[in-house]
Design a protein around this ligand. Structure first.
Ligand code: ADP
Ligand code: MG
Length: 699
């Protein structure tokens, strides 16, 4: 492959093995990073840079620095200090440094002989005798010739086991060489770029892989350099196109047009103890219009905690039933699924509609009976956890799929449930609900495959929750407040945190609090709820709390989503400093559902990190889910906030949805133009940025 005659044939789509020094063994390792072609190497972008253009005198080193040093080897010896290791002492005019290697071969040992000059890079630590570097990157230097890594800032690439930085840098050097010789196909028409001063694609790639020493490291670190912006724009565009393509694919399918049932829906609405808010009505109209179409609905309903999404979901489910079909609602926790099932049963039993609950807890005969009723179609609405899309579950005519608290699921799970509904070439309509409100431009990017409706109004009569932040040392005062509240016929949630992802430890912590609270408040009825209890026990406790046969519910974060007991008006959250904003907001949303003044007590323990302090302040200052989400975005970034759904988004290479938010409107426009005028450029762009493995496609 390497002969000169083949040179002209090398393009960015040639396999990595056409690069100098890449054999099949390395190619296999690269494949684990999804790097298969020269283009993949070029778009495997550095995620940070180090300034190694300055050599630091050994005498000025301090522990904690990452630095380039040069020196001559004075001593090289294998030592046994608990473990076999190679110790190399280097010096220059100003001082000493020890290099320590735990893994080393014989060849390396002879290379590192006394008298050899080395240039090293690594993190400086204090050692037993001198400062030292453990496993530094190093190179022997001969004569005075300046080394190439002195000319540019050093890029740091996402690495993997067995693929070190030095290797990745060699590789990109080779790929950049072909880029210089052959350039690269630029799929973006120039007039689509929002800024005419941006460099060309070729120049941008050369720059981000090898920024010159005068590049401003802060600008690069902040991702604000025009070369980075040029690439970020293209990446966001590719993301946008990929989601729109998913949408187009789904929209090409057929669905049953649900157009009947006006009377049944009317009957249901008038049986409710309240009127829909204007926002609920508007959103329902949008949904109803979608459901009447012969293509699948793809609609996301955003609404703050307590805005009343459940009843809107019930309307959509009922619409399916009214048209002789089935609906399924999937919730992320058993507790929430159980609550939804109870609500739906209460609402729909008078209309003679059978609602079944299916979770992992249902086994044996019960399970068989549920599955049978779904397959036969006697059960009209199924409510459950991910148990719903397991292979034994067969629906009779599933026309509407509802996903509650969407950020807890992945896009794949949603698509799996959709597959369940395939019936004679018809796919179900999808309604997706989330309480994580995000700014509009961001929503348009993150949810480009969905239509978005917003319930931007709370039901009337709610009073905002008052939040106080209290150190755990004042716990006794809070216990007394709980007592007073309960003596005034109010109910209290006391939430204990999740410990290290362990349900068992969390349950134990909750049990402990439960025991101490019982001892401190013998006159109150205190109940306990945690994830290790079985469905029946949980049900019984929830029912007791709902019907006010319990005053205090001590619980783990299992009650985080969805739980609805309007008479509960005090929420105490222990170790609030460990929780994220979204979680705190969700938990707090469990109170403030009735007309009584509600309060939320955030108990914290020292030490408080800067981030935790900020979070608690934000919680105290605002009840507005949108505002909280905005802060959350700043603190955590969109990847985490949006949850597992957008694996593609989480793995953006240069772009950052927050930082580059100003580009999003132009990204939208560019996507429109490209799809309309240059549809043939979409596929190659997706291939370049998203790769085969991450494209969502149908399951
Ligand atoms: P979320 O949007 O957080 O899922 P829910 O659907 O659980 O909120 O609704 C919260 C509470 O508000 C429930 O008790 C529900 O019955 C009640 N609710 C919903 N819509 C209205 C309304 N229009 N008027 C009064 N109460 C309502
Ligand atoms: Mg809800």
């Amino acid at each position: 492959m390497a002969g000169t005659s083949n040179k002209a044939a090398v393009t960015e789509l040639s396999p990595v093995t056409s690069l100098r020094g890449v054999g099949t063994a390395l190619a296999e390792k690269l494949a684990t990073l999804d790097i298969r072609t020269i283009q993949d190497v070029l778009f495997h972008l550095p995620f940070r840079y180090e300034d190694r253009t300055q050599t630091i005198p050994l005498g000025s080193l301090q522990a904690g620095m990452r630095a380039v040093v040069e020196g001559e080897i004075q001593l090289s010896e294998v030592a046994f200090r608990g473990r076999r290791q190679l110790l190399v002492r280097i010096s220059d005019d100003s001082g000493w440094l020890t290099l320590r290697f735990f893994h080393f071969g014989a060849a390396q040992q002879t290379q590192l002989a006394r008298g050899t000059r080395l240039r090293c890079f690594g993190e400086v630590r204090s050692g037993p005798q001198t400062l030292e570097m453990v496993h530094p990157e190093y190179r022997r230097i001969t004569g005075t010739s300046d080394s190439p890594d002195n000319d540019t800032l050093t890029p740091i690439y996402p690495a993997s086991e067995g693929l070190q930085q030095a290797r990745l840098r060699q590789l990109s050097t080779a790929a950049l060489e072909t880029l210089r010789q052959h350039s690269i196909h630029d799929w973006l028409p120039v007039d689509l770029l929002p800024d005419a001063r941006w460099p060309t694609l070729q120049a941008a790639l050369l720059y981000v892989h090898r920024p010159p020493p005068d590049a401003r490291l802060e600008l690069m670190a902040a991702g604000r350099h025009p070369a980075q912006r040029r690439l970020a724009f293209e990446e966001l565009l590719a993301q946008q196109l990929s989601l729109r393509q998913l949408r187009q694919d789904i929209k090409r399918d057929a669905s049953y047009a649900l157009q009947q049932g006006h009377e049944l829906l009317q009957q249901f609405r008038s049986s409710l103890p309240f009127q829909l808010t204007a926002a609920q009505q508007r959103v329902w109209q949008e949904i109803e219009r979608d459901l009447a179409q012969p293509q699948p609905m793809l609609r996301l309903v955003q609404g703050d905690v307590g805005s009343g999404k459940t009843v809107v979901a019930a309307l959509a489910a009922l619409k399916a039933v009214a048209c002789g079909m089935q609906a399924a609602l999937m919730a992320p926790t058993e507790l929430l699924a159980e609550q939804h099932a109870r609500n739906f049963q209460r609402w729909l039993a008078p209309l003679n509609i059978e609602v079944v609950l299916l979770t992992g807890k249902h086994t044996g005969k019960t399970r068989t009976a549920i599955l049978e009723s779904l397959a036969l179609g006697t059960a009209r609405i199924a409510i459950g956890t991910h148990a719903l899309f397991q292979s034994e579950v067969v629906f009779s005519k599933l026309a509407v799929v509802i996903i509650d608290e969407q950020h807890r699921f992945g896009v794949h799970q949603r698509l799996l449930l959709r597959e369940k509904g395939l019936d004679a070439g018809h796919y179900p309509h999808q309604l997706i609900m989330t309480a994580t409100p995000i700014p509009r431009t961001l929503a348009m990017s993150a949810y480009a495959d969905l239509d978005v409706s917003v319930i931007d109004e709370l039901p009337p009569g709610r009073t905002p929750v008052q939040t106080v932040v209290v150190p755990d040392s004042r716990r006794d005062e809070i216990v007394q407040r709980v007592r007073e509240a309960c003596l005034q016929q109010r109910q209290v949630y006391w939430v204990c945190p999740l410990i290290e992802e362990s349900e068992l430890l969390s349950a134990q912590a909750a049990e402990e609090t439960y025991t101490t609270l019982r001892a401190a408040l013998p006159e109150l009825r205190i109940e306990l709820l945690h994830g290790r209890m079985n469905g029946k026990q949980k049900d019984a406790v929830m029912e007791q709390f709902k019907s006010h046969q319990a005053d205090v519910l001590v619980a783990t974060t299992v009650i985080e989503v969805g739980v609805d007991v309007p008479n509960a008006s005090v929420m105490v959250i222990e170790n609030a400093e460990r929780m994220g904003l979204a979680q705190l907001h969700q938990l707090r949303g469990r109170v403030g559902r009735g007309s009584a003044q509600s309060s939320c007590v955030l108990l914290y323990q020292y030490p408080l990190s800067e981030v935790a302090r900020t979070r608690l302040r934000i919680m105290r200052e605002t009840n507005d889910g949108f505002e909280i989400a905005r802060y959350d975005l700043e603190i955590r970034g969109p990847g985490e906030l949006l949850g597992t759904r957008q694996t593609g988004l989480v793995q953006l290479r240069v772009a950052d949805l927050m930082r580059d938010a100003d580009l999003l409107p132009q990204v939208q426009k560019a996507a429109d133009t490209l799809l309309r005028d240059h549809p043939e450029k979409v596929e190659p762009l997706l291939k370049r940025w998203i790769g085969q493995s991450e494209q969502f496609g149908k399951v």
